[in-house]
Design a protein around this ligand. Structure first.
Ligand code: NAG
Ligand code: NAG
Ligand code: NAG
Ligand code: ZN
Length: 413
């Protein structure tokens, strides 16, 4: 059910998916009960190199962790046999990923509303231009750089264009997390629609600028529409001819060769040949650096999970404003729960994603998102419907607007 929510919340658009097919490929869910069962999953991974959706790596699996992995048709037969032999409980969430992908395309075809379906990159670009034309006083469009394949990276500045405070909101750094760009589009549409009607929104837009990058990894996003629905990285070549793409989320100049350093070009979380080696990461970093005096927060939207995370990720130490961040996250999660009965988990990335167990078990600690450091960062991972996330952002922004926090310079030199 959970995963279905990711796919369902924004029902999807017109044309059928092209490129790589996923016929009879399956998504499994297992929750190992004890260390033996954990060992067994790791053994399966060694045996057939499973494609984990959650957690990201086999070594993050501990007893009671919900584990999702994707396997092709042949692997699936063997996996089912082995799981049954081991008497392990499992669920096949999708029996045929190809059908699931196609379903996304068939739903909501008729809808004209922006936020009710996913959009191809070209549509998003046109939408961004039209927003800036339609709301000349409240919106403007800037190109902050170009992707490897030469597509423009577009930031929509929403709200008071002369405000001294701003928040950078970024979506779609991971190509396959389609609900993320859809969220950014929805946020912009909803903010502009309710300006002058909703008191909180009006106050937010009057007093700050939202710098919204609806699609960070444009080339990767296009590739998920044309070739491989589950592509994650950008599309630039690597030192290895047969392996394309860098995980932009690992390419920032923050703890670049630190705890989660992945130097394997073929891996889906490859950190790149150097910090900011990728044009997309470089463009965003430069933009942040030149707007550092006004930016008070950096928000990154991901899927799928219900997590509200803040720095640090690359070290155990608490961030200077840890107490405040925790308070904000707590209020946001509470507000969400009272409205939508959700249960978001919150905390520093280090403490939330890296369980004690994992830390003890490994000398080399890995970490999923070095990006998630200052100015003040918040990663949001969602499988919920869009307005849940909206509420989190609203609570978060409102609090950060009133708190006057200085940007954290040590993270963005
Ligand atoms: C990365 O950061 C380090 C230390 O802050 C700095 O010396 C280096 O020049 C930076 N590299 C890039 C590519 O910005
Ligand atoms: C923000 O960054 C952009 C791109 O580097 C720059 O053109 C712009 O002047 C900056 N804005 C402010 C207020 O510094
Ligand atoms: C809230 O969610 C819990 C489980 O997450 C469920 O047991 C409960 O019935 C839900 N309550 C409402 C009012 O939907
Ligand atoms: Zn992600």
């Amino acid at each position: 059910m959970k995963l279905i929510l990711v796919l369902c919340c924004v029902a999807v658009s017109g044309s059928a998916p092209r490129g790589r097919r996923f016929d009879n490929e399956k998504l499994f869910r297992v929750t190992p009960e004890n260390d033996n069962e954990v060992k067994f999953i790791k053994y399966l991974d060694n045996l057939m190199k499973l494609d984990f959706w959650k957690p990201k790596y086999a070594h993050n699996i501990t007893p009671k962790t919900e584990v999702y992995f994707h396997a092709d048709a042949q692997q699936s037969n063997v996996i089912v046999e082995l799981l049954e032999q081991e008497k392990m409980k499992y669920r096949i969430v999708f029996h045929d990923l190809q059908k699931a992908v196609e379903n996304q395309f068939n739903k909501g075809q008729k809808s004209k509303k922006v936020a009710t379906r996913y959009h191809e990159w070209k549509e998003i670009a046109v939408w961004a231009y039209s927003i800036s034309l339609k709301y000349p006083n409240l919106a403007s469009l800037v190109q902050i750089g170009e992707t490897y394949e030469g597509r423009p990276m577009l930031v929509l500045k929403i709200g008071n264009q002369k405000a001294k405070k701003g928040i950078f909101l970024e979506c779609g750094i991971h190509a396959r997390e389609w609900i993320s760009p859809a969220f950014c589009q929805w946020f912009v549409t909803e903010a502009l629609r309710t300006y002058g009607k909703d008191k909180v929104m009006t106050k937010l837009l009057d007093s700050m600028t939202f710098h919204v990058l609806p699609v960070f990894n444009v080339d990767g996003y296009v590739y998920t529409w044309t070739n491989d629905r589950f592509w994650r990285k950008n599309r630039a070549p690597t030192v290895k001819d047969e392996c394309t793409g860098t995980d932009l989320n690992r390419n920032f100049n923050v703890s670049w060769n630190g705890i989660d350093f992945d130097k394997t070009p073929c891996s889906s979380s490859y950190a790149g040949s150097a910090p900011e080696s990728e044009p997309e990461t470089e463009a965003v970093s430069s933009y942040i650096r030149s707007n550092l005096s006004s930016l008070k927060a950096y928000i990154s939207v991901h899927s799928f999970s219900q997590l509200l995370l803040f720095p640090y990720g690359y070290k155990e130490e608490e961030a200077p404003d840890h107490k405040e961040l925790e308070q904000i996250a707590k209020s946001a999660v509470k507000a969400l729960e009272s409205l939508y009965n959700t249960t978001y988990t919150y905390g520093s990335i280090f403490s939330t994603i890296w369980t004690h167990h994992t830390l003890l078990a490994r000398n080399q600690i890995q970490f999923p998102a070095p990006l998630l450091t200052g100015p003040m960062t918040l990663a949001l991972s969602t499988h919920s419907c869009l307005n849940y996330v909206m509420r989190v952002i609203m609570v978060f922004c409102f609090l950060s607007m009133t708190s006057n926090r200085p940007a954290r310079r040590q993270c963005w030199p």
